[in-house]
Write a protein that binds this ligand. Structure first.
Ligand SMILES: Nc1ncnc2c1ncn2[C@@H]1O[C@H](COP(=O)(O)OP(=O)(O)OP(=O)(O)O)[C@@H](O)[C@H]1O
Ligand SMILES: [Mg+2]
Length: 445
């Protein structure tokens, strides 16, 4: 329940505008509804058996009176009565219409029968109710030879009718309530069926894993600074980026280091459910931040199908991972130095026909073991879990970081991907939430 209020609270601007629109549309559309006027006529039913001069009503007389009123009510709604009423009009009603337009009301405590008519104009309402009453008097005279019905007051179209529909306030309130229900339904439906993993709370609750960092969404200006300035291409080394982004990477690094302390974990792969979630951006910047913190770090571009590491580090196209695994190169020869102190790099190398086979090979395992002797941290940028390469790789690394794109990753897909990793007993370390709202970037901490 609290979460529903939170969800509504998060989108209150949209919800308020939508609600206002629905309320105004619904309320004002009621002005297009043709009005309905009500006219009432009271009939006094005199007791036909009452003795002249007697002032006291006997019990049987009361009983009879009640029965008489019930009989009159029945006659008032009978087909015969309606046919007689219709005979008075040039444009007759159908029985169904009359049934709808006429209502008969009485109480046990009085001898009054009230005929209520609803019509589109005051004039029509008054005419219908007056005609009904006069026809009824005639009808009772014919049928029962009684003249005991008195019309208390003939209805005047101007003075005795009132507008009953539409009640504009009712339509405004109704539209507001319907709008509110619709908003709550939409918010809940969106949450249930299209749940985006867009907050730390949601990711932790759904995955059951610790969130190790949140990387804010960078707009086009920030990204263009990243891509154009400085020798390091897409890395944050030019100093022009706002502190809040650098700060989030530092936090990520600290959380990872805190987690790895004393656990002998050196090889970390970064993966996600789908392409474009930010694996390469996060892994390369994480490697850089770790190197800058004095850790001897190597970044491996293991996305053999769509390598980007080389461009991220602005390094020339050279032999890489696949050349060494295929045995064409030594492990030593594929390690490239970068312009960042303590940071080395292994590019993906020429694209093989079967990347999965390469990544699961004994030589790949051997390479990681050798690198672990030389480096403090090995960061592996991997493909998304849509392809089996990442699943294969996850079984030979010490830890897996799972990137979630706050703008697009759906809970269902993330859980499916994670299930693939848990199936092979991948050492899951935690999640990194990418493209979070910069305005909320620090709230979790
Ligand atoms: N936090 C962010 N804010 C804005 N843009 C981002 C962010 N993180 C990554 N991007 C951009 O999204 C695009 C895809 O990012 P990246 O290449 O890192 O994703 P990926 O998961 O490695 O994709 P692939 O699976 O295709 O290798 C890049 O253009 C990158 O600059
Ligand atoms: Mg990538």
């Amino acid at each position: 329940m609290i979460e529903i209020f939170q969800l509504i609270g998060n989108q209150w601007r949209k919800i308020t505008s939508f609600l206002l629109l629905i309320t105004l549309c619904g309320g004002f559309s009621s002005f297009a509804i043709p009005p309905t006027y009500e006219a009432k006529i009271d009939l006094l039913i005199n007791n036909p058996t009452k003795d002249e001069g007697s002032t006291v009503l006997e019990t049987y007389e009361i009983d009879m009176n009640l029965r008489l009123i019930e009989t009159y009510k029945y006659i008032l709604k009978s087909d015969r009565m309606m046919a007689n009423v219709n005979a008075e009009f040039n444009k007759p009603y159908t029985n169904g219409e009359l049934m709808e337009k006429i209502k008969i009301v009485s109480t046990n405590e009085s001898q009054i029968l009230t005929i209520i008519a609803n019509e589109k104009s005051q004039k029509q309402a008054a005419l219908l109710v007056n005609t009904y009453a006069a026809t009824f008097q005639k009808e009772i005279k014919d049928l029962m030879h009684l003249e005991n019905i008195k019309v208390l007051k003939e209805v005047s179209a101007e003075k005795d009718t009132r507008k009953v529909k539409p009640n504009h306030a009712y339509y405004f309130i109704l539209s507001f309530v319907c709008g509110l229900l619709l908003c709550v339904t939409i918010v809940i439906a969106r949450e249930v069926y299209f749940t985006k993993m867009d907050s730390v709370v949601k990711t932790e609750r759904a995955t059951g894993m610790t969130n190790l960092g949140t990387i804010p969404f960078m707009d086009k200006i920030l990204l263009s600074q990243m891509h154009n300035d400085g020798p390091q291409g897409s890395l944050f080394t030019n100093g022009n980026l706002p502190d809040f982004i650098i700060e989030e990477y530092r936090r990520l690094r600290e959380n990872i280091e805190f987690m790895l302390k004393g656990r002998g974990i050196k090889t970390i792969m970064i993966t996600s459910s789908s392409p474009g979630d930010g694996k390469s951006t996060i892994s390369s910047n994480l490697a850089m931040i770790m190197a800058m913190n004095g850790k001897k770090t190597i970044y491996i571009d293991a996305d053999l199908r769509k390598s980007t590491g080389r461009t991220l580090f602005n390094l020339p196209k050279r032999k890489g991972l696949t050349s060494a695994i295929a045995g064409h190169e030594t492990f030593e020869s594929i390690i490239q130095a970068t312009e960042i102190e303590n940071l080395s790099f292994i590019s993906a190398g020429p694209q093989p026909l079967n990347p999965t086979k390469f990544l699961s090979s004994a030589r790949m395992k051997e390479l990681l073991e050798q690198l672990a002797k030389k480096f403090d941290v090995i960061i592996i940028d991997s493909p998304p879990l849509l392809v089996v390469d990442a699943v294969t790789l996850s079984s030979i690394v010490d830890g897996c970081l799972f990137v979630i794109d706050a703008k697009s990753t759906k809970e269902e897909l993330a859980m499916k991907s994670l299930a693939q990793l848990t199936k092979v007993n991948a050492p899951l370390l935690g999640t990194v939430l990418n493209r979070t709202d910069p305005a909320n970037s620090n709230t979790y901490y």
